[in-house]
Design a protein around this ligand. Structure first.
Ligand code: ATP
Ligand code: MG
Length: 439
């Protein structure tokens, strides 16, 4: 088994080895190389102590020196070089109490989370696979290194990582590892929201975002997003739907392109349906007002997991507008762009298409012509550079003051009325017309 290393990573291994130390590439880059995937970063593990690594290379950054990690800079590229380590005991299920540096590759590999992540390689020594990682890669299995109950008790985040890797690699989870997750999932309450967020994001952005369902099967969502379990238990007896809310959400996740905005919107867009569901006398379910309820839930969820403000704002807004339907006349589509916002409109179009894919044939029939009409109108509106918001209006606050209107709510109302008129007929967007007709 031969792995082609980037020349810079290879030169770091050579420098360490020529100085008498052991050095290997390790973890994700070995896994990805064996799978024929392009590794994100090339991590190196070595028997040399951090101070030694700092002496052997001209440019280093002590990025995680307390964990034994030094980043070696070669040109613009940084490589994390970490001294072999074995973690001390864990008392709070989060952080090792002490990190001791041990001169043993075996110990370093045995503290890693999954067999497929616990392999090392160097051109000199070939592949070091002590836990059956190669076999698990071939079989497509995520399996804890050692006793899964112990490993998840040490660090509860690993349970979420198991599902994240299953989603990234399209793998299954080994039954014993899975059983340990089911048992220990409640320990995820001890993990920081930020670490959970990063795993949720990676899972959602993966090739198999529908593996989110595994989180529910494993009892993880009941701890980190109980609403998702409720979504799976919310049927949609409606001629437009063929799935319950949860499975509809999974279908939409699969149909969205892999951006965080699209995938988070997909996850959250119908979360409010659990509260909004009303069954009429014919047995048909209605979900009136669900976008607003979903938006409230989305904002809470995203803030709980410390997503940045821009993400919270954009996702919440897309969730809020995702179900607006208009017959696609030019004025209607101008008003729609006004509601959604010009910046988010392309994302809105992408999302409603994905949303539709998660519904039934009756929905598809109704959607197709309306969507095509909306896209055509949108292009026409862009081509004509039609005014779409207050900032595009030919009249501004200062014009109104000059015309004798005092600043205040009344002025705001007036500007809004002008915009309404201009959205209906863009040719009205001149000072003469607007001041003549509205003031
Ligand atoms: P990617 O970078 O694509 O997310 P990766 O496998 O490189 O995947 P990282 O989170 O960067 O994952 O971690 C690098 C390596 O460190 C992993 O492959 C694994 O061997 C080890 N590792 C990371 N986090 C843990 C953890 N919580 N418990 C045990 N080992 C871990
Ligand atoms: Mg990595």
């Amino acid at each position: 088994m031969k792995i082609t290393l980037p020349p810079k990573a290879e030169s770091i291994l050579n420098t360490l080895q020529e100085a008498g130390y052991e050095a290997y590439i390790v973890g994700g880059c070995v896994r990805d190389s064996l799978l024929g995937r392009k590794p994100g970063d090339w991590d190196i593990t070595t028997s040399a102590l951090p101070q030694t690594v700092q002496k052997l290379f001209r440019r280093t950054v002590a990025t995680g020196i307390q964990h034994g990690t030094v980043t070696v800079m070669l040109g613009r590229d940084g490589f994390e070089v970490t001294t072999y380590r074995s973690d001390g005991t864990y008392t709070d299920g989060r952080h090792p109490d002490s990190v001791s540096f041990v001169s043993s590759l075996r110990e370093d590999l045995s503290r890693r989370d999954f067999t497929v992540n616990a392999m090392a390689y160097s051109p000199r020594n070939g592949l070091i696979d002590l836990f059956g990682g190669t076999e698990d890669l071939k079989a497509g299995i995520i399996r804890a290194v050692g006793n899964p109950v112990e490993r998840f008790t040490e660090d509860a985040l690993r349970m979420l990582r198991a599902v994240r890797f299953s989603a990234q690699l399209g793998f299954g989870i080994d039954p014993e590892t899975f059983a340990a997750i089911r048992k220990l999932a409640p320990r995820l309450t001890m993990v920081s929201k930020e670490r959970i967020r990063d795993e949720i994001s990676k899972l959602l952005l993966s090739d198999h975002p529908d593996h989110f369902e595994i989180l529910a099967d494993a009892g993880i969502t009941s701890v980190i997003m109980p609403r998702f379990d409720e979504m799976l238990a919310t049927p949609q007896h409606s001629p437009f739907h063929i799935y319950d809310v949860g499975h509809h959400t999974l279908e939409v996740l699969k149909a969205t392109p892999p951006t965080l905005l699209q995938r988070l919107t997909a996850l959250l867009h119908d979360a409010g349906k659990t509260e909004a569901r009303r069954t009429d006398e014919r047995g048909i379910d209605h979900f009136k007002g669900h976008p607003a309820l979903s938006a409230v839930y989305a904002a809470d969820f995203l803030r709980e997991y410390r997503y940045d403000n821009k993400t919270v704002e954009q996702v919440t807004h897309l969730v809020e507008v995702h179900d607006i339907r208009v017959s696609p006349t030019l004025p209607n589509v101008r008003r729609l762009i006004g509601r959604v916002g010009e910046d988010l409109f392309p994302d809105f179009l992408t999302f409603i298409q994905a949303d539709n894919q998660g519904k039934g044939p009756l929905s598809h029939q109704e959607f197709a012509p309306r969507f095509q009409g909306t896209v055509e109108a949108y292009h026409e509106i862009l081509k004509n550079r039609d005014p779409l918001s207050l900032k595009d209006l030919a009249v501004g606050g200062s014009d109104l003051i000059a015309a004798g209107i005092r600043p205040g709510p009344e002025m705001g109302e007036l500007l809004k009325a002008m915009l309404e008129d201009v959205l209906e007929d863009p040719s009205h967007n001149t000072k003469d017309y607007l001041l003549g007709h509205f003031v």
